[in-house]
Every structure is written in C-alpha cells, then in structure tokens.
Design a protein around this ligand. Structure first.
Ligand code: UDP
Length: 326
C-alpha cells in the first residue's frame, strides 16, 4: 500500500539509497535535508525540501503540510573521530535535533518512526558477534549521541501508546547503487573503503592504516561491511512491519562476517588492480577494535535476506562510483 514517508537526510549516502528503495515501491516521499553532506542530485524519487532539523518552525510546517504516515530519520553527523574532537556538535545534531523532531511527531500524531542507529552504541562488546541484548557502553560521543536517542525512543514508545519505532543498528555500510547513480560522496572522505579507493584513483597519495597494535589477529581493527542496498531493503521491511504491527524493536544489521583493515586494503587492491601506497600510523581516537553483528534477529523477524554479502562486490560497486567522480 502506498504511504507518505518523510525522510530526513534523504539526500545523504544511506538516506538516498533508502529513498530509491521507497520510490521503487511506489511510496510518496518528501526528503528533508540541509545538504550539508547530502546532494540534491542524489534524490532519485520524491520531493526535496532544503531545511535544517534545528529550524523547528520550518520542520513543523513541513510535517503539517505533508502529513506523513511515517518518518525515517537519517540526518546526523557520523564521524567517530570528529565526535571525539567536537562532542557537542554530535549531541546537538544527533540527540537534540532528534528530540525536537520526536516532540513534533508526537504533537502531530505521527506514530511510525525508523531510526538510523549504529554499532557504535556497543563500544567494545565482550562477545563477538554482538547481539542486540549486549550492554550499551559507547566509547565515543557519536555512539553516545545515538544511544541517547534509543533511550528516548524506548521511553516514548512506553508513554505514547500509539507511537512505534524500529531502530536499526548499522555496522559498516559501504558500496553504491549498481547502476552507478548514487554512492558515497563527502567533502572529506573518512570511511575506510572510500579512502582506499581514493588512494587507488590517485586522489589521496596513500592510504593510512590507523593502528596496528589492536588485540586482533593482524593488529588492525575488524569491521562488518554491509552493502547499502541490503541495508535499504531492511529499512523497507522495518517500515512495512511498523505499518502492520503496533510493536517497537531494535535490530542489528550486518553480515556477521568481520574483515580487518589490512584485509579490506588487500581486497581493494585486488578489485581495482592498483597497488596504491599504504602507510601504518597510530590509532585513531574512538575506534573500537572489533565490531561484528549477530543479525539473526532481523533475519528471523523480517525474513531479511542479504543479497550482496560479498566484500569484492561491495568494493566493486563503490569503485565504479568512485571512478565516475573523477
Ligand atoms: N580506517 C583506517 N584508515 C582510513 C579510514 C579508516 O585505518 O583511512 C580504519 C578505522 O580506524 C577503523 C576502520 O578502518 O578501524 C573502519 O573505519 P570507518 O571510518 O570506515 O568506519 P567506522 O567503523 O569508524 O564507522
């Protein structure tokens, strides 16, 4: 059934892929994005309103006019290392802005909400792969800013009988649209696969490995890389679930397979065929040594079936996109 969906941050990397998936399903979409890191041309479906979440007057008007059935909330600051240096930016953009958004949703009786959360809420989990029931002990302000929203959502859903949400805790999202229309494009790249591709294409003169003294088999951090299209599909399933049921829930979303920084760098070299320079430097602040998802809950509840669970394929789609940017 066609629904009206407001997507904050829908011009950004992940948001634009979810907008694409929503558009393909025939939903009516309104993207609300300040274009600080997003791009007008990334919005393949629906209408774009350029606006800031902190402009609550504007946001209230947009909600009143569009009357969404649901809101999917992607707009956020997302760099772990920056969050250590500028914590208040993260608490304002991620926590305070979401608080104001939720306040407006309650006032306007908009009761279905999908939230972009993160594996960073776990910090340094004791058990790998990590389950949703693992304690939330973030080790950087990015993770804390998202954890606080999860607390608000949980308490709000208890207090407001009709309000339901799904939080999706993303692991490391990468890759691009298979047709090369949208992909990751930030003013300053910080994510590993993108940085390695930029080293391959010659935009960066080398790839820096942040820390080789972690307690992992090769000394570098291990992450669970998931293709952005599989992540988008999970969002559609989450939304449909909210429309059908009056239940709130939290899900991990990853493949359950960890790759070290060195393994990713090697895979990027193989996919691109370019032996770009790599140098090992010290640890980056805020990084957790190992984050790998146990995603059995979302597989069971939503019958989510990943289609692109292949690191080379992920890198290949990102490589095709990266080459287009040059
Ligand atoms: N990383 C790296 N060099 C880079 C970018 C990232 O060694 O140029 C490492 C980073 O320290 C972390 C892993 O790659 O251990 C994944 O980092 P990314 O920023 O892609 O995602 P995060 O896990 O921080 O969300």
């Amino acid at each position: 059934m066609q629904k009206r969906v407001l997507v904050t941050g829908g011009a950004g990397y992940i948001g634009s892929h979810v907008v694409k998936a929503l558009g393909e399903k025939g939903h009516e979409i309104l993207v609300y994005d300040n274009l600080s890191t997003g791009h007008r041309e990334s919005v393949l479906y629906g209408e774009l309103v350029v606006g800031d979440l902190c402009n609550t007057e504007n946001l209230a008007k947009v909600l009143k006019d569009f009357k969404p059935d649901a809101v999917m909330h992607f707009a956020a600051s997302i760099q772990v290392n920056e969050s250590v240096k500028k914590p208040l930016k993260y608490y304002i953009n991620n926590t305070v802005n979401t608080l104001n958004l939720l306040d407006l949703l309650v006032k306007n009786s908009i009761n279905d909400f999908v939230f972009s959360s993160t594996a960073a809420v776990y910090g340094m989990p004791d058990k790998i792969p990590v389950k949703e029931s693992s304690p939330l002990i973030p080790i950087n302000p990015y993770g804390s800013s998202k954890m606080m929203v999860e607390y608000m959502l949980k308490e709000l859903s208890y207090a407001e009988k009709n309000f339901n949400y799904i939080s999706l805790r993303y692991f490391n999202v990468a890759g691009a649209d298979e047709r090369g229309r949208i992909g990751q494009k930030y003013k300053e790249a910080t994510h590993l696969i993108t940085c390695a591709l930029k080293a391959a294409v010659g935009e960066f003169n080398r790839l820096e490995i942040y820390g080789t003294d972690y307690d992992t088999p090769d000394g570098t951090c291990i992450r669970d890389y998931i293709h952005v299209n599989d992540l988008s599909d999970a969002h559609i399933l989450a939304l449909e679930y909210l429309f059908e049921k009056d239940i709130s829930d939290v899900f991990n979303i990853g493949y359950g397979c960890g790759y070290s920084v060195r393994e990713v760098v090697q895979a990027v070299k193989e996919v691109t065929g370019i032996d770009f320079p790599v140098c090992e430097i010290g640890r980056r602040e805020g990084d957790s040594p190992v984050l790998v998802a146990d995603s059995s809950k979302i597989k069971e509840k939503f019958s989510w079936k990943p289609k692109y669970d292949n690191l080379s394929y992920i890198i290949d789609t990102a490589w095709k996109w990266e080459k287009k940017l040059h």
